[in-house]
Every structure is written in C-alpha cells, then in structure tokens.
Write a protein that binds this ligand. Structure first.
Ligand code: SF4
Length: 511
C-alpha cells in the first residue's frame, strides 16, 4: 500500500485564502508515445513552477478508449503533484466502480471528480456498450459510505465486515451554461442532489457567459452551501473552437460571436495566439474576483510556457475591467437570476400526467382508495406461481403500451412525470439529466430527440423554477429484479421504495 503523500490539491482547495489552480490532462489511446511524453514533460515543468496544485486526468474522454486515469495518476503522483482523477460511470458497473475505488485508495489516489461521462463511442470492432449502472449521485453516496465506515451486509462476498475508512475527496460537476429553463433548472436540482449525496467540491462545465458563471456562485451562496467551487476555463485553438461551435463536444456551448472574434484574430501575425491567452488570463482574473475558489484550466496546444504566461498575466489584471470583453452570451438564453427573461413555454397540457398521477396515488399510496385491494391482490398473486405470471403479463402489456416499459422491476415512472428513463434516456438517468444536452436536445441524438428530462419537465406540474430544491435521490436499481413485476416488488417491499410490511402500515395508520 502506498504511504500517505502530501495532497497539494485538497490542502489548497480547503484553504479559503488560496486560489487553487488545476490543469486538465487528456491522455490518448495507447500506453506511451509522443502525446504521453508531452503530457509528462508539461507535468514536470509545472512541478518546478509550483502554481498548479493538481492535474486532473480525463477518463476515456469523448467516450473513446484511452490510457486509464489511474495509470497516469500514479506517474503524476510520483512527480510530487496531486492527481485529480475523473471517475466516470459510462464504462463500469457498480462492482467495477467499487473495485477501482479500492485501487485508488490503495495507491493514495484520493481526489476524484465524479461524473456520468460522455456516451461511449467506437471501440474494439464497433461501438462500446454503455453501462451507466450508477449515476453520479449514487456513486457519490457509495464514496460517502466508504468515507465513514462501510459495513458490508452478511451474505455479501467477504461476509459481514466493516471496511476501513477511506478518506476520499470527491467532487462533482455542473453546467450553469444551459440555454433552456428546463435544462438549467434540472442542472441545479441535480447539483443540490449531488451535494446532498456527499460531493465535497464543485467544478463547473466550461463556458464563456460570465453572467452564468456568476449565477452558479450566487445560487450556491443562496442555498448556504459553502463547499469550494472551481470555474472551468478552456482556452481553445481555432480548430477546436470550430468543433465546439458545431455542438460536437457534449454539453459545450461555444458562442458564434466568440468564434467570429477568433476567426478575425487568426489573421494576425501570431495567428491569434496572444489574443486567446489574453482572453484566458482575463477570465481567470474575473472569476477569481467573482469569488470562485479556483480555476480548472484546460486548452489545446498549450505548453507550459503558454500556461505560465496565462497565469502571470492574470496575476497583474483587474478582472472587473475585462468583464465586458470576455462575456459571450448566447443570443437567446434563460437566466435563473434574471426574471426579465421569458420563461420557457410549456408545450403540453399535462392531462396525461394528471390521469397517471391520480391512478398512481389511488393504487400505490398507502392512503389511496385502491391501495388495500391492490395490496391484497398482489399478496395472493405472490403465493401462486401461475398468478404471478399472469399478474406480470398484465403489467408488462399495459405498461409497454402506455410507457414503453422495459420491465426493469424497479419502477421510477412517478419521479419523471410518468416517462420511463429505462426506455427514454440513452444513459438511463434516474436522478436528473446528464450534462450532455445541447439546446434541449439529447447528447446522443443531437438536433433529433429532446432530452428525456426536458420532456419530463414539460409534462409534469409547473415547477417553481426560481425556487429550486434538491430531490430525494433514487438509489441504484437492484438488477436481481430485472424482468420481474415492479408492482409485486413494490407491494412486497423489494424495490427502492421499501414499502413497510402490511402490519407496520396498519400500525402507522392507527398512530
Ligand atoms: S436524454 Fe438527456 S439525460 Fe439522457 S443521455 Fe440524453 S441528454 Fe443525457
């Protein structure tokens, strides 16, 4: 087991007077080569400089296979700099996630950035299977348990046992840059849920709308949340700016106006290099003064000389003087704190929602008029093999027609306005959307399908979008229930709702 190593990242981030700087490394496919040599050279230069407190390392970025962040993390750690590993869930199920957490702990790789991750793309002989067994709030809950003595239940491998405390420092991501009310409200709801599940710091998505950067800080302060928040600043080259502007990087909004400015700058002698670094430095200075705890820096074709120039220039700047020059809002966008903006028009009158909600409450709520009879029928069916099959068949047919149900056995329809995330969301997100949507469209089907959670927002009752609160996180689905009746699982207390036994319900009613 690796001996404890100084954690420059955590120490800096939890020290309120420090402005923490991290830099994002993007390993490529393969275990070596020029790209990796360049990365390691940059890390070596940064170590002697001392201002960068951590290197964050992406986890199969863009959904493509790449060198594992654990492997590069060990190299970075050996150089004396803290690694901040991206821990994504697209390629690993819960057991693999737990196993990798043990591996991280064993090697003292304790700083983790938890995220769902981009949808998996090509791999060996075709596109990889998306996993998403857990989502980020669920993984944060697992990490939180590992941080405070996790008792493994009897019957699990290793039998009943207490795992030793693992002192992870785990953060989460959020995008304040969504253009639609529905997308933005969900981002903030999910952020609160992630913090409730144990996120210890927050890193924003990259963006160029300064008003939205300010909104994130103000939103958290308004909720009395004082965990460190870092702003993601990306200094793109012109070619990458064009790709981002076309919406080809999941969840990234790159404004036309900024691209036009960069195209003009590219005509200068240095092809716009000085201008892009100046803009990056002004962003650092402005966000430092806005109250961010630090910046999470990234960019292409940046060698350490350019990074050093960026940081030196930012140190000498008064951020307030540059706010206008670095503010690139989308022409039409919704702001949480600007009530003059138009609220998004609800597209459907949620009649279907009302009918479903009424029936759901009557049948599944212990106070509903049909609850007792439904409970009796379910209990009888459970005791007879043929009745169980018939009951399951009826549920399957009716829910397949009404909700495109996949019979996952643990129904969460009521939490997403009676739309099924198992069939409607490619990442099967049950606790709110991923960060990949763009202008309301799903990351996986851009300009083709609306994001599942945008649809859910429009179908449900009108939320108070200016008064956002967290939702109760839905725990991971128990896969032993797959292809079984979710109704039977609900009434027998096996699903995530954990309905109390009948006698306890009666007792509760008397009280
Ligand atoms: S439907 Fe929404 S939450 Fe699901 S993958 Fe697409 S963008 Fe993400």
């Amino acid at each position: 087991m690796t001996q404890p190593v100084p954690d420059t990242f955590r120490e800096s981030l939890i020290t309120a007077s420090e402005f923490t700087i991290t830099y994002e490394l993007v390993p490529g496919r393969g275990s070596g080569g020029k790209r990796l040599e360049k990365i390691l050279q940059l890390a070596e230069d940064a170590r002697s400089d001392g201002r960068i407190k951590a290197f964050s390392i992406t986890d199969n970025p863009g959904g493509h296979p790449a060198l594992s962040p654990l492997s590069l993390g060990l190299d970075i750690q050996a150089m004396g700099i803290s690694p901040l590993l991206h821990f994504s869930l697209k390629d690993k199920n819960r057991n693999m996630a737990e196993s990798q957490l043990f591996e991280c702990h064993r090697h003292q790789l304790l700083n983790l950035l938890v995220l769902g991750g981009d949808f998996p793309r090509y791999g060996f002989q075709g596109q990889a299977m998306p996993v998403f067994d857990l989502d980020s709030p669920q993984l944060l809950s697992l990490i939180e348990r590992l941080r405070h003595n996790f008792t493994v239940k009897k019957g699990a491998p290793g039998q009943a046992m207490d795992l030793p405390k693992m002192d992870f420092f785990a953060g989460c991501v959020v995008s304040p840059f969504k253009t639609l009310e529905s997308e933005q409200v969900w981002q903030y709801v999910k952020l609160l849920t992630k913090i409730q599940c144990g996120a210890q710091f927050v890193i924003s998505q990259l963006g160029y709308d300064i008003k939205k950067y300010r909104e994130l800080i103000t939103f958290l302060h308004g909720h009395q949340i004082n965990i460190p928040v870092m702003a993601n600043i990306f200094v793109p080259s012109l070619s990458v700016a064009r790709i981002m502007n076309q919406g080809r990087v999941p969840g990234v909004i790159f404004p036309d106006k900024l691209l036009q400015e960069m195209e003009t700058e590219a005509g200068s002698e240095d092809k716009g290099e000085e201008a892009r670094l100046q803009r990056g430095a002004a962003m650092i200075a402005a966000l430092r003064e806005m109250g961010y705890s630090g910046i999470h820096l990234g960019g292409n074709n940046l060698n350490f000389e350019s990074i050093s120039y960026l940081l030196n220039t930012a140190e000498k700047m008064n951020g307030k003087e540059y706010l206008e020059q670095i503010h690139f809002p989308e022409p039409v966008t919704w702001y949480l704190l600007d009530t003059s903006g138009k609220a998004e028009k609800k597209r459907h009158m949620p009649l279907l929602y009302k009918v479903n909600h009424f029936i759901h409450n009557q049948v599944f709520s212990p106070d509903g008029s049909l609850f007792n009879i439904a409970m009796k029928i379910s209990t009888c069916s459970l005791n007879n093999r043929y009745l169980t099959r018939f009951y399951t068949f009826i549920e399957h047919i009716s829910k397949k027609i009404l909700f495109h149900c996949r019979m996952c056995g643990d129904c969460t329809l009521a939490s997403s306005s009676y739309l099924c995330p198992q069939s409607g969301c490619p990442k099967k997100m049950v606790n709110g959307p991923c960060g990949g949507s763009n202008k309301g469209f799903c990351e996986v089907y851009p300009n083709e399908r609306r994001c599942f959670w945008v649809r859910s927002y429009h179908r449900g009752p009108k939320p108070d979008s200016r008064n956002i609160s967290s939702t109760d996180p839905i725990p991971p689905k128990d896969w032993s229930l797959d292809r079984t009746s979710s109704w039977l699982n609900y009434f027998s207390g096996k699903d995530h709702c954990k309905l109390p036994a009948r006698k306890d319900l009666k007792q509760r009613r008397k009280v």
